[in-house]
Design a binder for this molecule. Structure first.
Ligand code: G4P
Length: 529
């Protein structure tokens, strides 16, 4: 029997971040394949569904049940217990995607080799750096025409502000893709289009092998020798501590679809990434092994099925062991309770869990008591984790009820949905009442969700008018009267429900204007209050 410490030390909990279509799903499938969690790649989730039009969404959600946007996949590989946190992209992109990163210990960034750093990767990366977690880069689709690898690295360094260390180096790309050179082993991993089979051929071929030219061709072998010399001479040095601090990203080149370089990547990644780390709470750092059970809620998923109004609260266990039926303290409510129907995702299956450890994610039945960021812990060691920041929404609309007699339901509905963290609500200071609110969302699909749920769960029809703003900033100066600010005519002053003052901007230029014309003004992209 493994001890609690052994169980925790073998856990690796990470998120895969990418721009849609870079290959996140494909890479995840291949990981699961190695772990034996699935038999055949291509079955992780109905990824095609993500490409459906917005209007199909309700139906899709019904078919997919609640598990789709909430998936955490757990599987075992070579003695590790791996938890992959899904970061929904495409239409499902929402604040949840950001919050999920709060539960991860590290991140894998998948980049399309022909496209480089894309928009959604940039946004997710920002959240990762906020937490200083290790980030590993997989440059995918090398079997297609790719950009020059040096340019790709330079782009990552410049755009994202992180140093890169290529662990392997590609030899050609597209039709000329011959494989990668492993810089640690000084060995060439040769690529033969193998229809996604698990095996890849590792050649005992070094840069000084006499048959190098014969295998790679003269041009590619010369390029490889030059590239390697350049990297060894002028490239970054590998330092694990820099990786741990999120300042240096180990980079791997490969092709998820053809299954090339995936297993070596997984092995190196698991070796270099971190087991569950201590987390900050009000009583200090909480050690995953030494402390008793503790967890925080990072996501609340409403049940889309009308017959079941319940919700599922997803918790990241930060320390100790969870056992089914154990009594825990819900710190924010100050109440002792038992967590009902604790579940865990094993590939596509949801299972009731009997025990889980620091690093694991469990979903528990929530009758409406949990909020994002809440702490649950063993009653004998009361503590409270740092809250989860509120991230900046990017789409805004004025929302009001059509039938003014439904005011109560409207207020209740919007407030509850906001409490789950699906939307954020704001008010115009002069408007006073709650009949008319400004709703902000990270992913535009959340507007549809709001409309659907208000109608179906609260029986309220709404009118929505989209606003042209794209950026929101929290005013950090506590005693400042927003009316005194000198702003462009298309900047709007609003307040959140906690009374914080914020500004809505149509463009980045407006933000700069505000900063330039109001000495001492401090604006934040996310709020910790
Ligand atoms: P995502 O989850 O990041 O959105 O990306 P996903 O894995 O769904 O991959 C997006 C598309 O890119 C898919 O093609 C997938 O097959 C392809 N792809 C992923 N990895 C590679 C790779 O290494 N090489 C090449 N050439 N293609 C790759 P699709 O046509 O949109 O879907 P499908 O018809 O293949 O399912």
């Amino acid at each position: 029997m493994a001890t609690i410490e052994q169980e925790i030390k073998k856990r690796r909990t990470f998120a895969i971040i990418s721009h849609p279509d870079a290959g996140k799903t494909t890479l995840t499938e291949k990981f699961l394949l190695y772990g034996g969690a699935i038999q055949l790649a291509g079955s992780v989730k109905g990824k095609k569904t993500a490409k459906h039009a917005v209007s199909d969404w309700m139906e899709i959600e019904k078919q997919r049940g609640i598990s789709v946007t909430s998936s955490v996949l757990q599987f075992h590989y070579e003695g590790y217990c791996i938890n992959i946190l899904d970061t929904p992209g495409h239409q499902d992109f929402s604040e949840d995607t950001y919050r999920t990163l709060m539960a991860a210990d590290s991140a894998v960034m998948v980049i399309d080799a022909s496209k480089g750093v894309e928009n959604q990767t940039r946004k997710l990366f920002k959240v990762c750096t906020m937490r200083h977690i290790p980030i590993f880069t997989f440059i995918n689709k090398m079997d297609r025409e790719a950009r020059n690898p040096f340019d790709l690295l330079e782009e990552i360094e410049e755009e994202l502000g992180i140093d890169t260390y290529p662990v392997n180096w590609p030899i050609g790309s597209g039709r000329d893709f011959k494989g990668v050179f492993d810089r640690n082993k000084h060995e060439i991993l040769a690529f033969t289009a193998n229809n996604g089979q698990r095996e890849v051929e590792a050649r005992e071929l070094t840069l000084s092998s006499p048959d190098l030219e014969q295998v790679l061709g003269q041009e590619l072998s010369n390029t490889l020798k030059d590239d390697v010399e350049l990297l060894d001479g002028a490239g970054a040095v590998f330092e694990q501590s820099m990786v741990d601090a999120g300042k240096l990203t180990p980079v791997f080149f490969g092709s998820a679809l053809t299954n090339f370089g995936v297993e070596p990547f997984l092995e190196d990644f698991l070796r270099m990434t971190t087991p569950p780390l201590p987390r900050t709470a009000d009583i200090g750092l909480i050690d995953p092994v030494k402390n008793h059970f503790s967890a925080f809620v990072f996501k609340i998923q409403a049940n889309m099925n009308k017959a079941h109004r319940d919700r599922i609260a997803f918790m990241r266990i930060c320390s100790g062991k969870f056992e089914k039926g154990m009594e825990v303290l819900h710190v924010q409510e100050g109440k002792k309770m038992k967590l009902s129907q604790p579940q865990q995702m094993m590939a596509q299956e949801r299972e009731i869990v009997d025990e889980a450890y620091a690093g694991d994610i469990i979903g528990v039945f929530d009758p409406g008591i949990f909020s994002i960021g809440d702490t649950v812990c063993s009653p004998d060691s009361k503590m409270q984790f740092e809250g989860i920041p509120t991230f900046a929404p990017e789409h805004f609309a004025v929302v009001e009820q059509i039938d003014t007699l439904k005011r109560k339901q409207f207020v209740k509905g919007t407030s509850q949905i906001a409490q789950e963290g699906a939307i954020q609500i704001f008010q115009e200071p002069e408007s006073g009442g709650m009949e008319r609110v400004i709703v902000g969302v990270v992913g535009v699909l959340q507007f549809e969700v709001l409309e659907y749920r208000l109608k179906n769960e609260y029986n309220v029809d709404i009118r929505r008018q989209d606003l042209p703003y794209q950026y929101i900033r929290w005013i950090e100066n506590r005693d400042l009267d927003p009316k005194s600010l000198n702003l462009t005519s298309d900047t709007k002053r609003i307040q959140d429900l906690k009374g914080n003052h914020l500004l809505l901007f149509s463009n980045l230029w407006g933000i700069q204007w505000a900063l330039d014309h109001n000495a001492g003004l401090s604006l934040a992209e996310f709020s910790r209050n």
